[in-house]
Design a binder for this molecule. Structure first.
Ligand SMILES: [Mg+2]
Length: 103
């Protein structure tokens, strides 16, 4: 399976399970941000010493962020793999031109 296959499958599942037709790009952006919050909350608790780093839990939260990120892109009709590669090449170009602090 490639990235776009996953993005399509993920989007189809989400739309199928949306009886109120409430899932739009704004919903996915809010959900993605919520998952970032969950990830940051885990980091807060690790930093505070509540519990040690658990890679499996971090992976799960990061995957939640990715899942909603893919849904957001799919809902906007953006080709996920193309968007990732386009940005990757843009960063490559920036690095080739002296790094992130050069505009
Ligand atoms: Mg989560």
């Amino acid at each position: 399976m490639d990235i776009n296959d996953f993005a399509r499958m993920n989007h189809e599942r989400s739309v199928t399970n949306d009886p109120k037709k409430a899932f739009d790009w704004e919903y996915y952006l809010i959900a993605m941000s919520g998952e970032c919050g969950e990830l940051l909350n885990k980091l807060k608790k690790i930093k505070r010493g509540d519990f040690p780093l658990n890679r499996e839990e971090i992976a799960e939260e990061v995957t939640d962020v990715l899942t909603y990120t893919f849904l957001l892109l799919s809902e906007l009709g953006i080709d996920v793999e193309n968007a990732i590669m386009k940005k990757y090449e843009k960063v490559n170009q920036r690095l080739a031109n002296g790094g992130f602090h050069v505009r």
